[in-house]
Design a protein around this ligand. Structure first.
Ligand code: AMP
Length: 362
């Protein structure tokens, strides 16, 4: 389309958020000759170490947001809970991809599930909960076990509680502690998969193959690429991710997390309109990584090939697992990524390792 602005190398990409996802985006941007400017409220952030500039300011600092917007050529994000008001303020001055409309849906589990069902995508059965009466009504319909999740600002299992037989509903409601939450029927899934999908400014879509995700303590532990599922499940997961990207009007990269049931149905759990931990393997195993793809998209360049040249197992190095780094360096086929975080804390993602093997199969 004629209105796509192709940004030449040396242009400046603004990134909302300064964690490891921003860091790896900035590294990919640097490889193509772009510079990054991070906007984040926190101190000592991994992305700043590898970026040309950082604005450290809060999400409601109007002056800082406007100055940031004028200092960059385009803005993207590595964190989907950027307040929509901040995105709109910046979008009045420069392009932000993905836009506020996509974020609004993805920041709220109720809007997200309603959107998915409206476009014909299956999810766990769910109901909105705003207090004990609506929780009681919801569990009458959905049964137990079920999962209660705060509608907003949940990640890595935070703001969630399981409603098991015998549990006191009021206590579960208290544990989640949100004014608005969502009760979901419990899915006895066979495995969890995700698809990283990318959509360019011209609407072109590319996706990487579905991968299999294992969690430990609600934190992603391992991603196996490709997922060990039937070709029919691979095709269905791919179809779903592309359909969502098109219908939501994504410009950027999105992770779509799905459950595969024991009878091979594919249900969407959630979507993150950004590069995603389950896509880290693409750095070392694919022609174009999720990070490079995001850079290409926001800069108005053609999409890169998502071809996988190797199979991969990505293991997150969480907390003191990172202490294994010297041994990992000595392993053939192991690609080590450390995020430059000064302090190791339990549950903190410190780095990851992707172990490559020759590609087998599709
Ligand atoms: P979420 O924060 O929605 O990604 O949920 C975190 C994890 O909790 C998921 O990766 C699943 O392992 C589990 N989970 C979430 N929702 C459900 C559900 N409706 N049924 C079964 N397990 C779930």
């Amino acid at each position: 389309m004629s209105d796509i602005r192709r940004l030449p190398p040396n242009s400046i990409i603004g990134i909302f958020g300064g964690g490891q996802l921003g860091r790896m985006t900035a590294l990919a941007a640097a490889r193509l000759g772009y510079k990054c400017h991070i906007y984040a409220p926190e101190q000592d952030i991994p992305a700043s170490q590898v970026s040309a500039a950082t604005t450290r300011a809060s999400w409601d600092d109007a002056d800082a947001l406007e100055e940031f917007a004028r200092a960059v050529d385009v803005v993207t994000l590595e964190f989907e809970n950027v307040p929509v008001a901040a995105v709109r303020r910046v979008a009045a001055i420069t392009s932000v991809h993905p836009g506020a409309g996509v974020l609004e849906i993805c920041q709220d589990r109720i809007l997200e599930k309603a959107f998915l069902n409206r476009i014909g995508i299956a999810t766990a059965p769910w109901a909105e909960v705003t207090g004990l009466p609506s929780l009681t009504a919801a569990e009458t319909r959905l049964g137990r076990p079920a999962v209660l999740k705060s509608a907003r600002f949940g990640y890595d299992g935070k703001g969630q509680a399981k409603l098991i037989p015998g549990a006191e509903a009021a206590q579960v409601l208290d544990a989640v502690g949100a004014d608005r939450s969502i009760l979901e029927g419990f899915i006895d899934f066979a495995l969890e998969v995700s698809v990283m999908v990318a959509r360019g400014q011209d609407g072109e879509i590319a996706a990487w193959p579905a991968v299999e995700n294992r969690h430990v303590n609600h934190i992603l532990d391992t991603t196996i690429a490709p997922a060990r599922v039937s070709p029919a499940v691979v095709a269905e997961a791919d179809r779903i991710a592309r359909h969502i990207a098109a219908e939501i009007g994504l410009i950027g990269v999105m992770g779509v997390e799905m459950f595969v049931t024991r009878d091979d149905r594919v249900l969407v759990n959630e979507m993150a309109p950004r590069v995603h931990n389950s896509g880290h393997w693409t750095i070392d195993a694919c022609t174009t990584s999720q990070f490079e793809q995001l850079v290409r998209i926001v800069c108005g360049l053609p999409l890169g090939s998502t071809e996988r040249h190797s199979d991969a197992v990505m293991k997150n190095l969480v907390g003191d697992e990172v202490d294994a780094w010297p041994g990992i360096l000595a392993e053939p086929g192991a690609c080590l990524h450390l995020y430059g975080k000064a302090e190791t804390r339990p549950g903190r993602k410190m780095g990851h390792v992707t172990r490559l093997t020759p590609r087998k199969g599709r």
